[in-house]
Design a protein around this ligand. Structure first.
Ligand code: NAD
Ligand code: LMR
Length: 332
């Protein structure tokens, strides 16, 4: 009957789907963790030729999991085919930094990948496609994608800093011994790199200011910030591989909140196209506190910024300006 009318499936592209994050992420998407338990999905998985067999294996496993929400699987090494009709694109594919490689060499590889994939998305994806870039350098890859997909609205191109945001929540929760859902409104400003600024000045624990509950500004201003900034490196050291399940889970959080809305009274962090808010240079993909409603994010306005924060927000902006310059130089 009408009450049980099925929703149209949403088509989700995952690039680099044969990799580590991909392996965790596609299962989460197909189990409803990204778009909700009543939203059927079609998965498009893209990887490159050397990973084609592994990608086939992932497709076989997705079939074998007999997932009720999963209404179709495309596993491809053809960018155009993978981008066709896509509503949501999660970009995990990229060129990793290898030993002895210069920053510029890595940037140059990623610039050409993101330039090509931007064009494919622009040509073949749905007009209102939402894009989340995870692959590093995430902010600058997203900026390249934006530049080369001019028909996709600026607002639809974002990068992942939700993992950093969740890491900050986890550190506060652990320190204050409260449930993770009792910690709210931390902010990650800037780049998904070790210059990011995890800011607790507006955050709360059970509705009370974090600084009051923690009662240790020395820890909050030093170890807490460094721990969040260095968490990616700590995971690599422990696992000999970069974070995957936490990155996949946070990517689901990012898209879910963007599409379905943030809860009343709280915000999340997203890397978005800067408009000059908080005196951050327009035209960078910079992580801000945002609320989402009806599929659109807006930067939380009017937060007071002290001198300590200002310096850290500018420092991470400066790094993004330099990355942008480097990316530009790779285009010539
Ligand atoms: P991985 O190396 O396991 O997987 C990457 C996959 O991308 C590989 O299968 C590779 O073949 C594929 N690939 C390479 N070039 C491609 C292209 N042009 N098109 C399609 N696929 C391509 O890496 P991973 O551990 O899954 O991580 C993926 C990316 O996410 C890395 O760049 C990593 O640094 C980044 N990362 C970001 C965050 C974040 O919070 N933003 C967190 C963790 C990891
Ligand atoms: C992370 O934050 O876990 C990753 O971005 C680390 C990395 O360098 O891949």
């Amino acid at each position: 009957g009408l009450l049980h009318q099925e929703k149209e499936p949403v088509t989700v592209l995952v690039t680099g789907a044969a990799g580590q994050i991909g392996y965790a992420l596609v299962a989460m998407i197909a189990r409803g963790a990204m778009l909700g338990p009543n939203q059927p999905v079609i998965l498009h998985m893209l990887d490159i030729e050397p990973a084609a067999e592994a990608l086939k294996g992932v497709k076989m496993e997705l079939m074998d999991a007999a997932l009720p929400l999963l209404r179709g699987i495309v596993a491809s090494t053809d960018v155009a085919e993978a981008c066709k009709g896509v509503n949501i694109a999660v970009m995990l594919g990229g060129f990793p930094r290898k030993e002895g490689m210069e920053r510029k060499d890595v940037m140059s590889k990623n610039v050409s990948i993101y330039k090509a994939q931007a064009s494919a998305l622009e040509k073949h994806a749905a007009a209102d496609c939402k894009v989340l870039v995870v692959a590093n350098p995430a902010n600058t890859n997203a900026l390249i994608l934006k530049e080369f997909a001019p028909s996709i609205p600026d607002k639809n191109i974002t990068c992942l800093t939700r993992l950093d945001h969740n890491r900050a929540l986890a550190q506060i929760s652990e320190r204050t011994k409260v449930h993770i859902t009792d910690v709210k409104n931390v902010i990650i400003w800037g780049n998904h790199s070790s210059t990011q600024y995890p800011d607790v000045n507006h955050a709360t624990v059970q509705e009370k200011p974090v600084r009051e509950v923690v009662g240790d500004d020395e820890w909050l201003n030093n170890d807490f910030i460094a721990t969040v900034q260095q968490r990616g490196a700590a995971i690599i050291k422990a696992r000999k591989l970069s974070s995957a399940l936490s990155a996949a889970s946070s990517a689901c959080d990012h898209i879910r909140d963007w599409v379905l809305g943030t809860p009343k009274g709280s915000w999340v962090s997203m890397g978005v196209y800067s408009d000059g808010s908080y005196d951050i240079q327009p035209g960078l993909i910079y992580s801000f506190p945002v609320t989402c409603e009806k599929g659109e994010w807006s930067i939380v306005q009017g937060l007071e910024i002290d001198a300590f924060s200002r310096e850290k927000m500018d420092k991470t902006a400066q790094e993004l300006i330099e990355e942008k310059e480097l990316a530009k130089s790779c285009l010539n």
